[in-house]
Ligand binder design. Structure first.
Ligand SMILES: [Zn+2]
Length: 337
């Protein structure tokens, strides 16, 4: 029992118990995105005694992350460490016996099988719908649960997806959102909200990883911690006509989206789906983040490193990179998806 002494407070909680602790010690979880949600999830799972954690993130720690991304330090930002690597170092200080694997990459249809197949649960720490739809496709196809979470401004949402049992993400969101979406870059985000949502995701993941999946709460949790309210609503039943979990069509996983293309020298064009955008609204979101010029036909937004031209059908040309992953990241950061 002495090996388990450090976990005595959660073993003492009878629904968790020693058996739950032993199950957790041999379990694997994957966190997709090590930002505000992902760092909270990782810290809680590491301290709880998870066996193996895989961290997927393509970004580097920046000073503006420190306000809410609880694992990182000023030193990480100064060194410009990859988030996955910085997280690994700090997590090992809290639990040196956990096995941690890091991938400095984005999750995409090509690497999904390699990165997700052995997961007991997948935790959403991403900032965009596109990756969530990919996770949902993988989860439903392979029967692996995942925990959705998102936060912007003072608002957050969390929801578990248990394939074959609960509604899936596409039962609830059949289509990606249309129009420009608020992002943490354009609308800001508060640390207590991301920590709350990351904690709820970690709690539901712990139930699954300890073999207590029956205890997962099939609820959609939403909270606006500035204005209120905080509430839970029952998840709707599975949609019998859901393209994903009923008809088993997995377009995001099978890579059947219209491609992102390299476009001239040092530019990437993103034109994956037709997505009407209100350019005047987008211009107001981007106000103060860089130079913005717009008319009815196009919006041009210039930052220190990139020049982004956005069209009313949602298409964008991002100059300043030939890396498709970076271009996608800039699109989700400033336009939202
Ligand atoms: Zn579904």
């Amino acid at each position: 029992m002495s090996d388990w002494e450090r976990f005595s407070r959660q073993i003492r909680f009878s629904p968790f118990g020693l058996e739950g602790q032993q199950n957790l010690a041999t379990a694997t979880a994957v966190i997709v995105g090590c930002g505000a949600l992902g760092t909270v999830q990782a810290a809680l799972l590491a301290r709880a005694g998870l066996g193996t954690l895989r961290l997927i993130d393509r970004d580097y720690v920046e000073e503006s992350n420190l306000q809410r991304q609880v694992l990182y330090t000023e030193s990480d930002a100064c060194q410009g460490l990859p988030k996955a690597e910085a997280a690994r170092r700090h997590l090992l200080e809290a639990n040196s016996s956990m096995k941690i694997e890091t991938r400095v990459s984005d999750l995409n249809p090509e690497n999904a099988a390699d990165l997700l197949s052995d997961a007991g649960v997948i935790l959403d720490g991403t900032d965009n719908f596109e990756t969530r739809l990919l996770i949902n496709d993988f989860s439903v196809r392979h029967g692996i649960p995942w925990i959705y979470g998102a936060a912007v401004g003072s608002y957050g949402i969390a929801m578990p997806v248990i394939p074959g049992v609960s509604a899936c993400f596409r039962c609830i969101y059949p289509q990606p959102p249309s129009g420009a979406q608020p992002t943490c870059e354009t609308a800001g985000v508060l640390g207590p909200v991301t920590s709350l949502i990351g904690s709820i995701q970690a709690m539901e993941a712990l139930k699954i990883l300890t073999g207590r999946a029956a205890a997962v709460r099939r609820k959609i949790f939403t909270a606006d911690l500035w204005h209120g309210p905080v509430r839970e609503t029952a998840m709707p039943p599975r949609d019998p006509d859901c393209p994903c979990c009923a008809r088993r069509d997995f377009p995001y996983l099978d890579g059947r989206r219209a491609p992102v293309s390299l476009c001239g020298r040092n530019a990437v064009q993103i034109h994956e789906r037709n997505r009407p955008l209100d350019l005047a609204e987008l211009a107001s979101h981007l106000n103060g983040l860089g130079a913005v010029r717009s008319n009815a036909f196009a919006l041009r937004f210039t930052t220190a490193n990139y020049d982004i031209t956005v069209f009313p059908d949602g298409r964008a040309i991002i100059k300043g990179t030939t890396d498709i992953g970076i271009a996608r990241g800039i699109y989700s950061r400033y336009i939202g998806n």
